[in-house]
Design a protein around this ligand. Structure first.
Ligand code: GLA
Length: 428
């Protein structure tokens, strides 16, 4: 999938590379591309490529996780939010037994619909193929259509561009087929697409955040019951800065699956049916039996579950300063116990820590799957531009890599767009 022209195409799960720094350093805090611009771009491209006028347009956002990392597949709690960076897809029916889909300057891809879909090439189309297959498996007749995809979600940045593409496809298919995926059916169908068609055994966090995100709300998810609630985050004095390190280390996909397996092995050794029944004392008591590194993986799971509960409580009680130590401990645990951080993520968090409370930083940590990708820094809004500039400049000095830095308020989740709706950048 190509991205909106302000972003480079470097996809983690598709093209695992260390992204090249752009020739012109970006502004410290990149503004979002308006949703209406993305929709207009997709509409114009659809017309040029296929001569069609859209009958349906959908969007779905990327996500940032505030806290609760690598525990969505451990019956844990997570606290992500949808960001104001989106995948937008627009489509028209083509009367063929095929989907034709294009993005960026790549040649449009034809996907025959004569049989249930299987994974295929190019890799980015698997997110679309997998979701179409989910509809087919539910007995929904998917008609032939032409579609164009545009995205402002930085790819390979740990910001769930793939979940956004899945949730956007599902939302577009709802419009094209008249089928409805109520409640949690949409994120669960999309998660299944990721497992079966992209080969990533992910949890439910990304697809839930992209589906259920709301303006000025964090999405608190109980990953045991798959229920979620919304936590208000509307104080204009608070800003969330996302710093994309612009690195993605190879081995990341294998690293994710191996971390998930380690938690499953650990739980089996602990002899408990669910992580919700495991305490820190249980892990300490079986430390040697678990062995290294499984014991440290288990300690991360148990401590991250408590930190996430504490963070959700602090937010609900407006005890914002309590989030700083929780975010710091989360990052340390992901670095030392779960070992999914990397030196670039650590450097970005160190810089935020150096700026500290005096400079308006409340807390910082890596966000998402890790092995590269992004950090999230919670800060006081008055300081946000200076913090962004400092993160940008010091990170560049220390690593030689130009990061991509932006802020996002919690934004709306996946939805169909009408021409009128695209005029608002953050529909609620
Ligand atoms: C990836 C996965 C999520 C979650 C995070 C880590 O984003 O897709 O399900 O496990 O990593 O918290």
């Amino acid at each position: 999938m190509a991205q909106h022209r302000r972003h480079r195409a470097a996809s983690a799960r598709m093209i695992p590379v260390i992204a090249k720094a752009p020739d012109n350093p970006p502004m410290a805090l990149l503004p979002p591309v308006p949703l209406s611009t993305l929709a207009d771009e997709a509409t114009a491209a659809l017309q040029v490529a296929f001569g069609g006028k859209p009958v349906a347009t959908a969007m779905a956002p990327g996500r940032v996780n505030l806290i609760g990392e690598h525990i969505d597949y451990c019956d844990g709690f997570v606290l992500p939010f949808a960001i104001d960076r989106y995948v937008v897809m627009t489509a028209c029916l083509n009367g063929l037994e095929a989907i034709r889909v294009g993005s960026g300057s790549d040649k449009p891809v034809t996907i025959p619909l004569s049989q249930p879909l299987d994974p295929g090439e190019p890799a980015w189309t698997n997110y679309i193929r997998g979701v179409v297959r989910g509809f087919q498996d539910r007995g929904v007749a998917v008609p032939g259509f032409d579609a164009w995809v545009v995205s402002s979600v930085p790819m390979g940045a740990g910001l769930s561009s793939s979940a956004a593409l899945e949730c956007c496809t599902a939302t577009l298919l709802e419009a094209l087929t008249g089928a409805d995926l109520p409640g949690r059916e949409k994120p669960l169908l999309c998660q299944q697409a990721e497992h079966a068609f992209a080969g990533v055994p992910c949890g439910i966090m990304d697809q839930y955040a992209s589906t259920f995100g709301e303006k000025d709300r964090l999405v608190f998810i109980d990953c045991k019951t798959n229920e979620h609630s919304l936590v208000p985050f509307s104080d204009p004095d608070l800003t969330l800065i996302v710093a994309n390190t612009n690195v993605h280390h190879e081995l990341s996909d294998g690293g994710y699956a191996s971390r998930r397996r380690a938690t499953e092995t650990g739980l089996a050794i602990l002899g408990k049916p669910s992580w919700r029944e495991v305490t820190s004392a249980d892990v300490e008591a079986r430390w040697n039996a678990l062995g290294d590194p499984i014991n440290r993986r288990c300690r991360h799971v148990v401590t991250e579950i408590s930190r996430t509960l504490a963070a959700a409580m602090a937010l609900r009680e407006n005890a914002i300063d309590e989030l700083g130590p929780l975010m710091a401990a989360s990052h340390d645990s992901l670095r030392d116990d779960f070992e999914v951080s990397c030196k670039e993520l650590d450097t970005m968090v160190e810089i935020a820590t150096e700026i500290g409370g005096a400079g308006g930083v409340i807390g910082a940590r890596m966000t998402g799957g890790g092995f590269g990708g992004s950090t999230v820094t919670l800060c006081r809004s008055a300081h946000a531009p200076t913090i962004a500039a400092t993160l940008h400049d010091r990170y560049h000095q220390r690593t030689g890599i130009v990061p991509e830095i932006f802020s996002s308020r919690p934004a709306a989740g996946a939805r169909q767009l009408t021409p009128l709706a695209t005029q608002a950048d953050s529909p609620s």
